[in-house]
Design a protein. Structure first.
Lengths: 171, 277
């Protein structure tokens, strides 16, 4: 009986489009006092617990340069480039966007839409990686469980190239 | 005196046979400006030199004869702006296609050494040219065939595998881990082949660049297993020089070889880039 119950549960979880959950990610780009400042190239993606790639959430780069020339520095978002970026033909609708100014940027993703609707149940982390021209590079990971059964709120903070990163998941 | 020399000689030769390279060998290398690239048709520029310290061009330029650039589809790409200065050679390559390119400097030549009345003579070239240069009845004639291969891999976009296929001639590295997918803290696996067959028991040396600014060479040693495989654990990001050789060490005791059947020595080196995590 118990067995049958867990099989039934798996069957329900196997139809992820039924989830109404939401994921909210806040990324703070710090204001830096440097002689030459350029907004960082930034990637936001989801990793499985073993740090393998699961899904992309956002990529911010110089999308407006002529002939897509801004893609030249995408490889500087090193870990994202290795895990996903090099597989993509950018720009990608709904994923790529212009670089962001210093400040807090809020992103929200519906569980009913791509990519979360295809995300199997499990433990994940949101990864934010920022690489700044003539500056540094930093990567921040924030864990979450999908789909959320209760309200989850997790935070981490970068030291130089990223400020606070928070991930809120609610059923 | 003579008898002492005769007795000491086999020991010295045996010791020499253990050394992968002669004590004062210079290192030959190519150094690419980047190995992992994104964007439209990126370019790489490559320095090529012979020096003691990796990767500083302070001794001799490397001759670019025998340079081959392979595009991701296996076709030949054309290096541009080739030039040779006092200390280095250089060339550029446009990565017009997505995928992995291989740059290889391949040489295959015979070397003869002999004595004329106690004086050492040497010549390099083909079997034909050497046949003309070597006098009749030379003393201590030794003929060696030196096959060497030096490689660099660069990738635009997603890494591809077709240029990694071996030619099955001489000593070749067949990556199991893609050579443009190396990162600090990671482990990479490779395989050495000799004429297309697993090269077992090959001693591999991996030296991190930046030699000038540290006291220890910091080399990593590995040796290939029965299947020709070995692993390298990357301690830090940077450029690394990997080298190995197969066959008779220079000056080693053993058969002296003939023009028809020279003593074969095959060597391989590659410059590999390891990126931060």
């Amino acid at each position: 009986m118990r067995m049958r119950y867990s099989v039934a549960m798996t069957a329900v979880l196997g139809v992820p489009s039924a989830w109404a959950a939401d994921l909210a990610v806040k990324v703070e780009i710090p204001r830096l006092t440097v002689a030459e400042y350029h907004r960082p190239y930034t990637a936001v993606w989801i990793e499985k617990a073993d740090q393998s790639f699961a899904a992309n959430l956002a990529v911010w780069y110089d999308v407006k340069m002529k002939n897509n020339e801004g893609t030249k520095w995408l490889k500087d978002i090193r870990q994202w480039w290795r895990k996903s970026g090099r597989e993509l033909q950018l720009p990608v609708d709904g994923l790529s966007g212009a670089t962001r100014a210093p400040g807090e940027h809020a992103l929200s993703f519906s569980g009913a839409k791509s990519p979360l609707d295809k995300l199997p149940a499990g433990d994940y982390q949101v990864v934010v990686e920022a690489a700044r021209e003539v500056g540094g590079r930093e990567l921040v990971r924030v864990p979450f469980t999908w789909p959320p059964t209760t309200v989850q709120s997790n935070k981490a903070k970068g030291e130089r190239e990223l400020g606070a990163v928070s991930v809120d998941a609610k059923p | 005196m003579t008898s002492l020399l005769l007795r000491a000689a086999p020991i010295a030769l045996a010791l020499a046979a253990l050394l992968p390279l002669p004590a004062h060998a210079h290192r030959s290398w190519m150094l690419p400006s980047a190995t992992v690239l994104s964007g439209n048709e990126p370019w790489v520029t490559v320095d090529a030199a012979v020096s003691n310290d990796l990767f500083y061009f302070d001794h001799n330029p490397l001759k670019l004869d025998g340079l081959v650039a392979l595009a991701p589809d296996g076709s030949k790409a054309t290096p541009e702006n080739l030039g040779t200065g006092k200390y280095r050679s250089t060339f550029d390559l446009k990565l017009a296609h997505k995928g992995t390119y291989k740059l290889a400097l391949v040489n295959d030549q015979l070397m003869a050494s002999w004595k004329v009345g106690g004086e050492n003579k040497r010549a390099r070239g083909s079997a034909e040219s050497l046949a003309k240069e070597i006098p009749a009845n030379p003393q201590d004639l030794k003929i060696t065939r030196n096959q060497s291969r030096m490689e660099v891999f660069v990738t635009s976009g997603k890494p591809s595998d077709s240029v990694l296929a071996p030619t099955n001639q001489g000593l070749e590295l067949v990556p199991i881990t893609h050579p443009n997918d190396l990162f600090a803290g990671g482990q990479a696996s490779f395989r050495f082949l000799i004429d297309g067959k697993p090269a077992a028991g090959v001693e591999v040396t991996v030296i991190p660049g930046g030699v000038r600014y540290r006291d220890q060479l910091g080399e990593i040693k590995a040796s290939t297993d029965a299947d020709g495989k070995f692993n390298v654990q990357w301690p830090a990001a940077g450029m690394y020089w990997l080298t190995a050789s197969h066959g008779a060490a220079p000056g080693a005791a053993g058969p002296s070889g003939t023009l028809g059947e020279p003593v074969r020595r095959a060597s391989y080196s590659a410059t590999l880039e390891v990126l931060p995590q």
